[in-house]
Write a new protein. Structure first.
Lengths: 264, 264
């Protein structure tokens, strides 16, 4: 069987692209989690350019909400040369395009070893002192996929007292213990609740666009994930995410533009 | 005649898409400035969906270096519905794709007025106390397009003493005084020297991918622009840019993934 991530993101080559089955276990907020969908697309792109297995940069535009069930991913190589390949991809259900994406893939294991990070690793209390999202009432199916432990200092929103800082951070691993890999990081970057919770704006915030940079192969074990926003305006906000691995390395970064949830 | 920005970014509809003429005045580092190219693409997308005139989010993947001369931009509407339209675009010269891009356009003037920005406006000395890039020796043609005044506190690299902070900031306007608009902000986001200068890595750094978010219509007058990097690793760095308008509003944000320049 293997781990559920590998089963749920499996794609099969067809004469018309790739077929996938979107698992209902990733439903959140009336649609299917965008990070999971990016993982499915990421697998299809990886099979399109197998000599360049790792995502370096992926931009996804979410044009309609996905639902569980069959989907197709069509890929087109824009350029494949030197150490990278750029590929266009679209995920559709029936006649409806759900996501259109562009990606540059390469081989992270062949990059030089230099690291000069001035970014600071998130400071989190020990895992056992953080809040297990799976124990919250009324959590969406998505949260059953993860062992996600939110930093209690970012949990005021759950008690009706959001900090207003625009910060969420958490420990993250898959519920079944599967270790992270570069394609899975595309999903981890969009796994936490929206940072707008910390601004007192409850409700799931639809992503217009998300761009992910995967900067290194993650070490096995727990990941640390942080979400920040600095500019809420015009009914939208940017959400910056960082993923740090168990070796203390910043392995992935993303920025998304999302709509604020409408008042309930 | 009009301002040079409008002339240089003009596109003409043809049966095969749009034709453009890439002006030699935008050459930098052996290619044509990526921000200018994004402006040309932005104009073509705007003409493709005229009821949605403003870029909200644009992601561009740079697959080969452009040169001055004729170019074509082909656009395809992925989805046009509600308040936004998502469009795919490719800029090519002859058989060579230069840039492949995705964009969501809308109407910035119709967005709600809420603004809650925790981001802090760049603190810059007065314009007349900053360093005019146009007076530097051996500046590329690109810099003649701008009246760009770099913050002296970020200029150590010019004297062989980069600060190592990973920060550049400047006042910006067009040399001919044209006021900014949303499409032009796509160029402003990629107009400063690479932030890698401040890390002592001279040379122009090729962009792999750049995603821009335009958050508001800019007020007329000087802009403030900042570039930051926090994660240099694997021969690449991310560069985050902010553009603030003369009314003190954060009007555009971008992140790019770029390659470090090779040692000379």
């Amino acid at each position: 069987m293997g781990h559920e991530w590998d089963v749920h993101t499996a794609v099969e080559a067809t004469p018309d692209g790739f077929s996938a089955e979107l698992d209902p276990g990733w439903v959140v907020g009336g649609g299917v989690n965008g990070g999971y969908l990016l993982g499915v697309i990421g697998r299809a792109i990886g099979e399109t350019v197998p000599a360049k297995p790792d995502p370096l940069a992926v931009s996804a535009f979410y044009v309609s909400a996905s639902r569980p069930g069959p989907a197709t991913v069509r890929t087109r190589v824009v350029r494949d040369g030197g150490s990278t390949a750029t590929v266009a991809a679209e995920l559709a259900q029936g006649e409806d395009t759900r996501i259109t994406a562009l990606a540059t893939y390469g081989d992270l294991s062949r990059l030089p070893d230099d690291v000069r990070t001035t970014a600071v690793e998130p400071q989190l209390p020990p895992v056992e002192e953080c809040f297990a999202m799976s124990t919250a009432p009324d959590t969406p199916p998505l949260m059953e996929r993860f062992d996600m432990r939110l930093d209690p200092s970012c949990l005021g929103w759950a008690l009706g007292q959001p900090s207003g800082r625009g910060l969420l951070q958490a420990w993250f691993r898959m519920a079944d213990g599967r270790d992270p890999d570069p394609v899975q990081l595309l999903m981890v970057l969009d796994s936490l609740p929206p940072v707008s919770f910390d601004l007192g704006q409850m409700g799931w915030a639809p992503t217009l666009e998300l761009t992910a940079h995967v900067r290194a192969v993650p070490a096995p074990g727990w990941l640390k994930v942080s979400h920040r926003t600095r500019n809420v305006a015009g009914g939208m906000f940017e959400e910056d995410c960082e993923v740090w691995d168990s070796a203390g390395r910043l392995v992935a970064q993303s920025r998304q533009l999302a709509r604020l949830p409408r008042p309930a």
